[in-house]
Design a protein around this ligand. Sequence first.
Ligand code: 5GP
Length: 196
Amino acid sequence: MSTAVSRGTTPESPARRPRLTVLSGPSGVGKSTVVAHMRKAHPEVWLSVSCTTRKPRPGEREGVQYFFVDDEQFDKLIANGELLEWAEFAGNRYGTPRRAVLDRLEAGEPVLLEIDLQGARQVRETMPEAQLVFLAPPSWDELVRRLTGRGTESPEVIERRLAAAKVELAAESEFDTTLVNTSVEDVARELLALLR
Ligand code: 5GP
């Protein structure tokens, strides 16, 4: 008679815990707000800071929300293989610096990426063990309201972001988990639980 042997397949086993978590979802859904809320209470949660060719919004600081680079610098990051993934989104490019993420993962620390759908798909390809979390709006109308109400983008940019949002929403089934952003507090708590 054989004896059952634990192979670390229980959910609480460290070996089974996803170390890399990707949070994605349409622009305006509140990804940054949820992550900021979670990190206020849990500053130990490490979030990758992306590079972007987008200009800073009022209040955004270099190295905090993003590393702001020009097109030439972004080209170099790609050419030198310094980005884990990158994508063009609504007229700007965004990418995840590879080294910092790999260093954290090698140290066994959880890593959180907040990136768009194209980036999430690239991570799924290159790191299939990653956990993909989709943040969905309570409704389409609510998403339109949030994107428009932000007041930081031109009508043209908002249109582009809404068009991208339709594509992103259609891809929800590609993700491991969906969180619906009805309450920042609730979603932040749920996300934290997924990270641990
Ligand atoms: P925003 O301009 O509103 O800060 O970001 C626009 C979109 O780009 C958001 O969906 C955001 O998650 C995504 N994004 C931010 N950083 C990255 C990144 O490094 N890679 C990819 N693929 N998308 C990113």
